[in-house]
Every structure is written in C-alpha cells, then in structure tokens.
Design a protein around this ligand. Structure first.
Ligand code: HEM
Length: 207
C-alpha cells in the first residue's frame, strides 16, 4: 500500500469528529437540543468532506503529487459514512423513529427531499467506488462519478433552504464548490499543465 502514513492521518482526521460530537451529545455538552446540533454538525461535515474529496483531483493536477488521488476514495467513503450518521441522527433525534410523522415532516421541511436525493447519489457512488465496479462500468464509471457535482449542488441547495437568512457561511461553501467545478471544465483543465510549466520556466530563469 502506498502512502500508509498519509492514509492513517486521513483516517484519524475523519474519524475523530463524529466520535467527539457523539461523546459531547451523550455527555450533555451540546446545549438544550443536542440532537439538532448533532444533525447539523454531521450535515456540515458531509458537505465539507464532499468538497475535500472533489478537490483531490485538481490538487493532484496542480502539484503533480499522486498522494491526493491515493486518499480520494477513502475521503469519498468517509463522506458517505458522515451522511449515513446524519440521516440516522435525524431519524433518531428529530423524528424519534416515529414514521407516522414522516409525511408531516416532509411537508414542513421540503429540503429533506433534496437531502434524500443527494443521499441516494452518494449511495450510488459509494457502492460503485470499488475496483470491480470500475472495471465493469469502464468509461461509464467516470461519467457516473461526475454525479458528485450534482450531489454537491443538491447538498448546497439543501443547506441554503435551512440557513436562508444567514448566507455568509453558505456562500463560502458555494464559492469553493464553484471553483472546483470550474477547474473540471475541459478548457480550464487543459490550461493547468501549461500554466504550471510557464511558472516552472519563469522560476528556472530567475534561478
Ligand atoms: C436523507 C438525507 C438527509 C436528511 C433526512 C437530512 C436532514 C437534515 C436536517 C433535518 C437538517 C437540520 C435542519 C435544521 O437545522 O433545522 C439538515 C441539515 C443539514 N444537512 Fe442534511 N439531510 C440529508 C442529506 C444531506 C446531504 C446529502 C448533505 C450534504 C451533501 C446534507 C447537508 C446538510 C447541511 C450542510 C445541513 C446544515 C447544517 C448547518 O446548518 O449547520 N444533508 N439535514
């Protein structure tokens, strides 16, 4: 296995947050509504991990370091783990496993439908993230995994619906998402190696 320390570092950095948040919730350290705080933190964690996962390919292109790609799948699976915890926390702490309330909830909080669509997308990506699916799907695998940008759009819409008035934090995530999407547009992607080569030439001339 290549980059073992880097992989372990990513594992620890991703695992530590849900462990801390669940501990805080059960130790009554999250205020009067710990369930809601937990759902919010895990939702935000899912979005942040999705953005981090999507930044691995541009970072590899910009730096030439293969280590970014080595942890891309691991990060994507962590993103899925976070959304599963987000959904489970919602069902346990907000819905109280009272399925008769689901219809009322969907009318009261339609953004849940958007979140559920994003969840299904993440599920499809997690299930097909292995080498076997990659081989079986061939060229279609890449196309399917571009769905990550649609999921990002749905995740941002889901969040926008919730935060509404307080747009500052949302705008930061949306801006980063926009830049990442721009970096995957073919004319921009093609320019990256040329820009890097130009910068290297300039540096060599200066030295
Ligand atoms: C079936 C799937 C999902 C359900 C049922 C769900 C439900 C919820 C609920 C109930 C909240 C809290 C709303 C409140 O504070 O009143 C929330 C917040 C949030 N969710 Fe989801 N969600 C789902 C999927 C997702 C996905 C896929 C993402 C990201 C890609 C996501 C990201 C967020 C974010 C960023 C927040 C706001 C956190 C904050 O305000 O700090 N959710 N979600």
């Amino acid at each position: 296995m290549r980059y073992p320390f880097w992989r372990v570092g990513v594992f620890i950095a991703a695992a530590i947050w849900p462990l801390l948040w669940f501990y805080q919730a059960f130790a009554d350290l999250l205020g009067p509504d710990p369930g809601k705080v937990l759902v919010d933190r895990l939702g935000l964690g899912t979005l942040v991990l999705l953005l981090i996962t999507l930044s691995m390919t541009p970072l590899q292109k910009l730096t030439g370091w293969a280590g970014w790609i080595a942890v891309r799948r691991q990060l994507g699976l962590w993103c899925f783990a976070y959304v599963v915890l987000h959904l489970c926390s919602y069902m346990a702490f907000i819905l109280g496993f009272d399925w008769s309330q689901l219809g009322v909830e969907l009318r009261k909080r339609p953004y849940i439908i958007v979140g559920a669509l994003a969840f299904l997308g993440l599920l499809a990506l997690a299930v097909t993230s292995n080498r076997y699916s990659q081989r079986q799907l061939g060229i279609r695998w890449k196309k399917l995994h571009r769905l990550a940008y649609v999921i990002l759009g749905l995740g941002l819409l889901h969040m926008l619906w919730i935060v509404r008035a307080d747009l500052k934090e949302w705008a930061i995530y949306a801006f980063i998402g926009g830049v990442l999407l721009l970096l995957r547009v073919p004319p921009v992607t093609r320019r990256i190696p040329r820009l890097l080569a130009k910068r290297q030439n300039l540096q060599e001339k200066r030295n």
